[in-house]
Design a protein. Structure first.
Length: 287
């Protein structure tokens, strides 16, 4: 016996098993295994690799069944193609219908089940959002290999972003990649950033003006002139064309106001001739 009646966890009998000779419980064998710190925390402790053979056999049987269904589907398509060809030949039309191709149907199993290797490309759910902005061609050089100097531009491996230029010392013609910030601050992105900045400043100035204005009974009209040319709040997402027109008008008014102030200063104090650099300064060599 491996335990005494006091600590035994088996159900007590009315008549002991040693008297009846029935329902003998199994002995509990306690094995002391001395394991170290790593052995106690080894997740593969006691794993038998031979048990994985059953998993391999299941997958092999599944692949065999999949190939069998492919062969049956291919034979059915060949029969249909041959019947169509014979029907066209009987009608006098020698053109063969090549619309059914083997490559487009080999991945179909049991009437619509997709091949696991091609399922990620063939079955696309429009409700599922996939991020493809970081995809690149395999023949392109990765960003982190543009400059192997550890003190060069920082590369974030998680987001695959390198903001700075990895090779700022190279000539302009040899800089094939100038950093992700180069695309951010070039092209129409600058115009979008200017529109957003103009919208924020215009709405802030409009809010300050509304607080300073006395209360009125009548509602504010959308055509009233605000601090930057708009009486109501503006939104760059809802009305991008209006934002651009207002921004250009504001820039033109600002430039005209600047020129007017300069003309007033020149008329009052003079000194317009001093604003032009002398010729000897223009022709001086620059180190």
């Amino acid at each position: 016996m491996s335990c005494n009646p006091k600590v035994c966890i088996e159900r007590p009998r009315k008549v002991g098993a040693k008297y009846t000779g029935k329902s003998f419980a199994r002995d509990v064998t306690i094995t002391q295994v001395d394991l170290g710190y790593e052995g106690k925390r080894d997740r593969w402790n006691g794993y038998n690799p031979d048990k994985y053979k059953a998993v391999i056999q299941d997958w092999e049987a599944l692949d065999a069944e999949r190939q069998k269904r492919r062969d049956v589907a291919k034979e059915d398509r060949d029969v249909i193609r041959q019947a169509k060809k014979e029907a066209k030949t009987a009608e006098g039309d020698d053109e063969s219908d090549d619309s059914l191709s083997d490559s487009s149907h080999d991945s179909c199993i049991d009437g619509g089940e997709a091949d696991p290797l091609n399922s990620q490309f063939e079955t696309k759910d429009p409700k599922v959002k996939t991020a493809v902005r970081n995809l690149r061609q395999r023949e392109d050089l990765p960003k982190y290999l543009r400059n192997l100097d550890p003190n060069s531009a920082h590369y974030d491996g998680k987001s695959r972003i390198m903001k700075e230029n990895p090779n700022p010392d190279l000539p302009e013609s040899d800089q094939l990649f100038k950093g992700d910030n180069f695309n951010k601050f070039s092209g129409d992105s600058l115009q979008v950033m200017q529109q957003e900045a103009f919208m924020i400043k215009a709405n802030e100035a409009l809010a300050v003006q509304k607080k300073a204005m006395p209360t009125r009974d009548e509602p504010e009209q959308p055509g009233e002139a605000g601090p930057l040319g708009a009486g109501a709040e503006i939104n760059a997402v809802a009305m991008p064309s209006q934002i651009e027109i207002l921004r250009k008008e504001h820039a033109n008014r600002k430039e005209k106001m600047k020129n007017t102030n300069l003309e007033k200063l020149y008329a009052k104090y003079g000194g317009e001739d001093h604003m032009q650099a002398p010729d000897e300064f223009k022709e001086a060599p620059v180190d």
